[in-house]
Ligand binder design. Sequence first.
Ligand SMILES: *[C@@H]1O[C@H](CO)[C@@H](O)[C@H](O)[C@H]1NC(C)=O
Ligand SMILES: *[C@@H]1O[C@H](CO)[C@@H](O)[C@H](O)[C@H]1NC(C)=O
Ligand SMILES: *[C@@H]1O[C@H](CO)[C@@H](O)[C@H](O)[C@H]1NC(C)=O
Length: 270
Amino acid sequence: MRRRMHLAAAILCVALVLPLAAAAVGKATAAAPAAPSAPPNVTAAMAKGGCKAFAALIASSPDAASTYASAAGGGMTVFCPSDDAVAAFAPRYKNLTADGKASLLLFHAVPVYYSPGSLKSNNGVMNTLATDGAAKNYNFTLQNEGNVVTIKTGASGAVARVKATVLDADPVAVYAVDRVVQPVELFKPAPSPTPAPAPAPAADAPKAGKGAHARHRAAPVVADAPGPDADDAPPADQKKDSKKSSAAGVLRSRWFAAALAAVAVASTLA
Ligand SMILES: *[C@@H]1O[C@H](CO)[C@@H](O)[C@H](O)[C@H]1NC(C)=O
Ligand SMILES: *[C@@H]1O[C@H](CO)[C@@H](O)[C@H](O)[C@H]1NC(C)=O
Ligand SMILES: *[C@@H]1O[C@H](CO)[C@@H](O)[C@H](O)[C@H]1NC(C)=O
């Protein structure tokens, strides 16, 4: 009789604990965020769409590559300069520091998905992946002129025009542009309407005697530029994402604790 009671208790215990533990484990798995469908391979799409050189530059900058990869999941629009544009810009690009290069590359994407239609109806200042939220730097102005979408900055470089849709796969869009867009943080600002007394052309075309002076004037624009540290200041969306995933982590560990408690309770009952 006693033995039978023990056996019954043991069966009851197993019957109680197993479903409880299984339920807890099941819920823990359910609470974990569903694996997001893989975002499109943006650099591969760029390379196919006439921006092979720009894709290669991103691949060669670890900071830029990792930020592009993580931004793709949260919505992103890339304006990739054509191979011709990158080739024409190569001497100026080479002159940048590694930070400057990463900033320039990140400057060509915004952390929002714009379909071809919404791109045409969104005029104004846009933050980029290079923007440090607190400093509000590294922005450009998107403008529709007639049927053409243009990108301008405060730097003296020419306006870039959107030439083609390379990829439109919500939440990622890639458009090819005909020029490298120059952030005012890295390149000489456009001459202001009320020119300063000093003759500006010296910096662009240094003469033999004035070269050192011109270099001296031009250098700080690059050297002093507060290159945003991609690690220090991730775009807002990335911060949200990391908050989300740590919340999921907390949830997961709560369910694990609940499962342990259920097992503990069940065994004290037995
Ligand atoms: C994307 O494509 C490039 C080249 O096609 C490849 O080197 C890279 O590994 C791919 N990245 C991912 C995340 O699949
Ligand atoms: C590169 O930097 C040097 C030194 O600051 C300058 O003299 C030269 O003009 C720059 N070249 C280009 C293409 O910007
Ligand atoms: C855009 O960037 C410039 C230069 O860094 C800055 O002065 C300006 O406040 C920014 N504008 C906006 C709307 O963020």
